[in-house]
Design a protein around this ligand. Sequence first.
Ligand SMILES: Cc1cc2nc3c(=O)[nH]c(=O)nc-3n(C[C@H](O)[C@H](O)[C@H](O)COP(=O)(O)O)c2cc1C
Length: 215
Amino acid sequence: MQHDLSNYRKTYKKQELLEENCPENPIELFRDWFLNADESECVDEANAMTISTFGLDGFPKNRVVLLKKYTWEGFIFYTNYNSEKGKAIQQNNNVCLSFFWAGLEQQIIIKGKAEKLPENLSDGYFESRPDGSKLGAWASNQSEVVKSREFLDNQLLKFEEKFKNKEIIRPKYWGGYIVKPISIEFWQGRPNRMHDRIKYTLNEDFSWKIDRLAP
Ligand SMILES: Cc1cc2nc3c(=O)[nH]c(=O)nc-3n(C[C@H](O)[C@H](O)[C@H](O)COP(=O)(O)O)c2cc1C
């Protein structure tokens, strides 16, 4: 079987990214792009991002997670600390996040260090989740092989029973990471493949160096 996609071609022409519009701090630019993406009708789940890690098997792996908060310090998401990604981060906390908003012809690539959030912050976020999601965190040993769908459904029933009329507390193996950026690259598609790429790199004094990269 072969399916040739060599004629797939798109001209990018919606916007530009010029140095004069780049603030000193990339989190500000991230906020501007994010707010725009979030309001845009052509972007669904603007907060969906890939996180890539170096796995214990030596391979990189990307998967999608949801950005739940960003601050001047970094980008926060929640997961199971015992998952494949959790184990990968424990071994090597250098990670890469990326957003691709096709409708806006924009990509953002963030390299950084992932650190576990303080427990009280994970508790606070866990409390804000709907009960079904809380129980899901108990019922699923994320990334482990399971016998069947039925097994998973039974696990959920088991924990529904266990926490009936009780507060559903956060499992210790579930919580947040903050990814503290060391570089953030903004990519804006332009005609003729002459895209705009502006990369911010963190200096030792915590200021940011701004470079334009060739497309
Ligand atoms: C749109 C979308 C959002 C997701 N959000 C999360 C999330 O916030 N946290 C999470 O652990 N997994 C999330 N997942 C599932 C992950 O992609 C992945 O399957 C899971 O975290 C297990 O990954 P791992 O086995 O590599 O650790 C999401 C998947 C999709 C498609």
